[in-house]
Design a protein around this ligand. Sequence first.
Ligand code: EPZ
Length: 456
Amino acid sequence: MAAPLVTDAHRAGQRVGLTFDKLVIDGGKPLRGRVDVRGAKNLATKAMVAALLADTPSTLLDVPDISDVKVVTGMLEAYGVSVASPEPGTLILDPANVERAHFAQIDALAGSSRIPILFCGPLLHRLGEALIPDLGGCRIGDRPIDFHMDALRAFGAIVDKSYEGFRLTAPNGLKGAFIDLPYPSVGATEQVLLTAVLAEGVTELKNAAIEPEIMDLVAILQKMGAIIWMEPNRTIFIEGVEKLHGYTHRALFDRNEAASWASAALATRGDIFVAGAKQQELMTFLNVFRKAGGAFDVREDGIRFWHPGGALKPVQVETDVHPGFMTDWQQPLIIALTQAEGVSVVHETVYENRFGFTSALVDMGADIVVHKDGLESITRRVPRRPLEQAAVITGPTPLHGADVVVPDLRGGFSYLIAALAARGRSTISNVGIISRGYEHFGEKLEALGADFTVES
Ligand code: EPZ
């Protein structure tokens, strides 16, 4: 039995994961209880950037207390936007005094986030210039931004690459463009939306991403006065308008966090009620969860996920854009698949290097083989780049504790799950990364009965 749980000192406002680097977890206990999931990391941060486009204040509700939101808050304030938080989860963003910021300040603030790239369109509209540092984000592939830059040039922006980032200007303003994305990129779709809404004329965006977070951003822009419509074939049209006003919006819940806690329930043979989770945006995940042997119950205020007993079953999963199985869901789910009776295959088609986290799981006793060029036996998907990788997971394999270092956001959460499911003690370092996308995860683990202590 580890030392006492998170002490009262920690509870006094300090957030595990934000100020602590290491967790010591004694595994083998099922997670049981309730967690509350708030707004999606991958919507709230973009909604905050959208506030830059308005000439009046915006109010965003259900904002998660995560470091990615803190990064965007710092960047907005550097550009003169006032960001107030009258109560936890609510942000009031006032863009009345937008002004140029110093590059060094932006570079220092941007940190590990990828959101700065989405400031381009709004800053070009407001200031006629955008200075963007080289981007951070999870190391799950080379994460190029060619689609973003090609789109911005199509609107009439001039892009100058310096060794430390990009400088963009738009001497002749920004005009509506025809953009056909080589791949339905979430970020590039957001880039086009945030630029086209105030551009002169109509923009046609083909092969757009239509993730729920994108549709929530479209809803926000429409509230602001934008004119946006869609055709059935994932083509989005945006008719530029003269100006936009502020919005009031409650952010869509975080599907990725909900799926992560569901996977934790399955892997630890537990039972977790995820308050705030909604079925509509999780349908593909729910199908796989059920096929793997999990049980779930959709309620008015959330979804209960539990391990009904017996053996978990192997599944074949292929990640894809929405409405497919989200790439962000595969890492936590794989922990549960290590406990399934048989051979599972996870085919990763979105990122070219998202299985790096599995090597530490093998050290914990998992049987996972990564095929860098995918598996020919599975029909290949959109042949965008030699991207497809496949992980073959053979179970069940008892997991034992180990010392591991968090590699990226979702891989980090999957290590939490693995340590909780494993027999014995694990030490997880670099846990701060997890607070980029999982609000108050230490308190949530504590509420679910996890047995851990924190070390700075
Ligand atoms: C967003 O990343 C999410 N991040 C990711 O979540 C998510 O995995 C991803 O969308 C896919 O759903 C945020 O919203 C902050 P993409 P994004 O552009 O926009 C390639 C998490 O864990 N590509 O859809 O960066 C790219 O390399 C994170 O919350 C280009 O080639 O994803 C990748 O292979 C991880 N050129 C594919 O497209 C470009 O210009 C999909 O990337 C842009 C992307």
